[in-house]
Design a protein around this ligand. Structure first.
Ligand code: MLT
Length: 394
């Protein structure tokens, strides 16, 4: 994040030549030439103004990559982003976090766009934060209530997607219990962008982005830095311990990809029955037991037992699971003083985390939820751009 000389606005870099800037209302006189020479275009997110450089605003071609995205047309996997792409998303999310702190946290960036959330599996946080994010960007949001839709009459996923897209939808945010469903949806759509909001055991890329954003935010607070100025260097060598039901967790897969891409040292801690059958190609170490691994960890990322995927059958009993792998009050003193405990939610208190521990400041689950909105605003913005929005000085 670079700050202009008068200190009133912030800029994040979208790509080598494109910057996103956030300025307070009425700060139209900022001198963009004070930014690095290569910053040829600035997308301003002021209270009333938003624009994209016309070269980027032209294309609505389905085959074209998203106008601003560091990834392709869709966001299916963290692998679509790589380290540079993750850094870009975090930078843009930082700019949107500033928007969120305003009295009226809304920008017209996606005015005229329609975003549909298609959730074929339960969700509280992810669906509501995507919908909040879309509304804060002034997009129209529709939400398919699967339980009362034609899906219940036997309509296929493909027909459902084609039906929704025929209504002129610009983006589909898809959650499905089948791994790979959003990949299929992306093949079927002609122009709509697709975001994977969690598919089976496969991935949950926006959750991993939220976790990266939150970890960096906490580190920045402690060092007194502006989070964006840290870039992603704060992940280099960071020791991250992922604990729990790795085998059935899409969050774990996205986290491993994200954390390792950013240079963190990732260790998994789980009973053997909850580790994937093969870890070949996973850039991770495996801890033999939780107690000895906890003290080394800068970040402890807890996961829920994915009961809906049959995890219960892989542990002798919940009590034994908690005794071996839960973050109990007894284990609290084993944590490093600076440790950060994350949890994607929903937390099952008393199983993977003791209720008292969940409520301590060391656990940043609520902050993760709050950050989910800015991060998802960044993803939607990067996928959909701001074609048709007004100019910076409108
Ligand atoms: C998910 O949908 O995967 C959640 O964010 C994590 C969980 O359900 O445990």
């Amino acid at each position: 994040m670079h700050r202009p000389t008068d200190g009133h606005a912030t800029l994040a870099r979208l790509s080598p030549s494109i910057w996103v800037g956030v300025a307070p209302r009425g700060d139209a006189g900022l001198n963009v030439t004070s930014f690095p020479a290569e910053s040829t275009a600035v997308h301003w997110l002021t209270d009333g103004h938003a624009t994209l450089p016309s070269a980027l605003a032209e294309s609505t071609d389905a085959a074209a990559p998203a106008p601003n995205a560091p990834f392709g047309r869709h966001l299916i996997s963290i692998a679509d982003l790589g380290a540079a792409g993750i850094a870009e998303v975090l930078g843009v999310a930082e700019a949107f976090a500033e928007v969120e702190r305003r009295a009226i946290p809304k920008v017209p960036t996606l005015r005229g766009k329609v975003i549909a959330t298609l959730f074929f599996e339960e969700s509280t946080r992810t669906r509501l934060s995507f919908e909040t994010a879309a509304k804060r960007l002034s997009a129209d949001v529709i939400s398919l209530a699967v339980a009362t839709s034609a899906v219940k009459k036997g309509e296929s996923l493909r027909d459902t997607v084609e039906t929704v897209e025929a209504m002129g939808i610009d983006a589909l945010v898809v959650r499905h219990s089948s791994s790979g469903a959003p990949t299929q949806v992306a093949r079927w759509t002609k122009r709509a962008r697709v975001v994977n909001a969690g598919d089976g055991w496969h991935e949950h890329p926006t959750q991993a982005l939220v976790d990266c954003f939150t970890i960096r935010q906490v580190i920045a607070e402690r060092t007194g830095d502006d989070p964006a100025s840290l870039g992603v260097s704060c992940f280099e060598g960071l020791r991250i311990l992922i604990v729990g039901d790795i085998a059935h967790s899409r969050v774990a897969r996205s986290q491993v990809l994200a954390y390792s891409a950013l240079g963190a040292e990732v260790t998994l801690a789980a009973p053997g029955s909850l580790l994937p059958p093969s870890l070949e190609g996973w850039p991770v170490a495996v801890a033999g037991d939780l107690d000895s691994a906890l003290g080394r960890a800068d970040v402890v990322s807890l996961l829920r037992l994915q009961a809906e995927r049959g995890s219960g059958a892989y542990v002798p009993s919940l009590r034994e699971y908690t005794a071996g792998w839960g973050l109990t009050a007894r284990r609290l003193p084993l944590l490093a003083d600076h440790a950060i405990v994350t949890h994607p939610g929903p937390m099952v208190r008393g199983v993977e985390i003791a209720s008292d521990v969940a409520d301590l400041p060391v656990t940043v689950a609520t902050r993760q939820v709050a950050n989910g909105v800015a991060v998802r605003m960044a993803v939607l913005f990067l996928l959909l751009g701001a074609e048709g929005a007004g100019g910076p000085r409108d």
